[in-house]
Write a protein that binds this ligand. Structure first.
Ligand SMILES: Nc1ncnc2c1ncn2CCOCCNC(=O)c1cc(-c2ccc(F)cc2)cc(O)c1O
Ligand SMILES: [Mg+2]
Length: 214
């Protein structure tokens, strides 16, 4: 029973990145994915767009759907102001175990709450379990066919407010056609597409930024 790719990614972080230094954790993962093994992190190119959206918004409460190894969790949490909180949901326990250690290595435990389970079950429990009122920012990066149902669920559970920003990864590759169709044609959202590339490749991909109008 050999190691898994997430475990090898974590070993690279613990070997090469400086503890408590999120930037070195990000750089180590990007180097590993470019030069050793591709992995489905948002990556450096789309990651820079993510950074600019988060920096501009300066969110107090943020939600990430799909943690994987915690790369985008670290990218987001490192930019959050003191006292703010990022809740990240991961379905796969093996991914969650690696992500917890990546987040800890970056020194971001006090800003991040990683919750294991399917987003469809956890979203309706956000208010009662985590004392969340509404989210300022949501990063969608989980199963692509869950983007639309989970967005509708966030609306129905009153977790979005006027001005909440949704940022969706992979709207071209692997693609989220139903989500794009809905969000671009809904009068309740103002959307914009940021053209980029699939992480660590030349394949087209992009991020869709949508502001909830209430
Ligand atoms: N309901 C839930 N609640 C919580 N967590 C959940 C959940 N459901 C799943 N999870 C966690 C697992 O989700 C991972 C989803 N991400 C991807 O699948 C993904 C794939 C590619 C990719 C792969 C191969 C190619 F050739 C080209 C592109 C690139 C990306 O950037 C990706 O993000
Ligand atoms: Mg992705």
């Amino acid at each position: 029973t050999g190691s898994t790719r997430p475990q090898r990614l974590l070993r690279a972080v613990q070997k090469k990145a400086t503890q408590g230094d999120p930037q070195s954790v990000i750089a180590t993962i990007d180097h590993f994915c470019r030069h050793s093994e591709w992995a489905m992190n948002v990556g450096d190119e789309k990651g820079s767009i993510l950074d600019s959206v988060v920096t501009e918004l300066n969110p107090s409460s943020a939600l990430e759907l799909g943690t994987y190894c915690g790369y985008s969790t670290v990218r987001i949490a490192r930019l959050l102001p003191p006292g703010s909180k990022l809740i990240t949901l991961e379905f796969n326990p093996a991914y969650a175990a690696v992500a917890r250690q990546v987040i800890a290595w970056a020194g971001l435990n006090d800003k991040v709450q990683l919750v294991e389970g399917p987003s469809g079950d956890l979203i309706p429990q956000m208010k009662e379990l985590f004392g969340v009122q509404t989210f300022d920012f949501v990063f969608l990066d989980h199963w692509k066919d869950r983007y639309l149902p989970d967005t509708k669920l966030l609306e129905e559970c009153g977790l979005l407010r006027k001005g909440t920003v949704l940022l969706a990864d992979n709207v071209i590759c692997p693609g989220t056609p139903e989500y794009l169709e809905y969000i671009r044609n809904s009068s309740r959202y103002e959307s914009r597409y940021f053209k980029s590339h699939l992480e660590y490749t030349k394949v087209e991909d992009g991020l869709e930024k949508s502001v909830f109008l209430g």
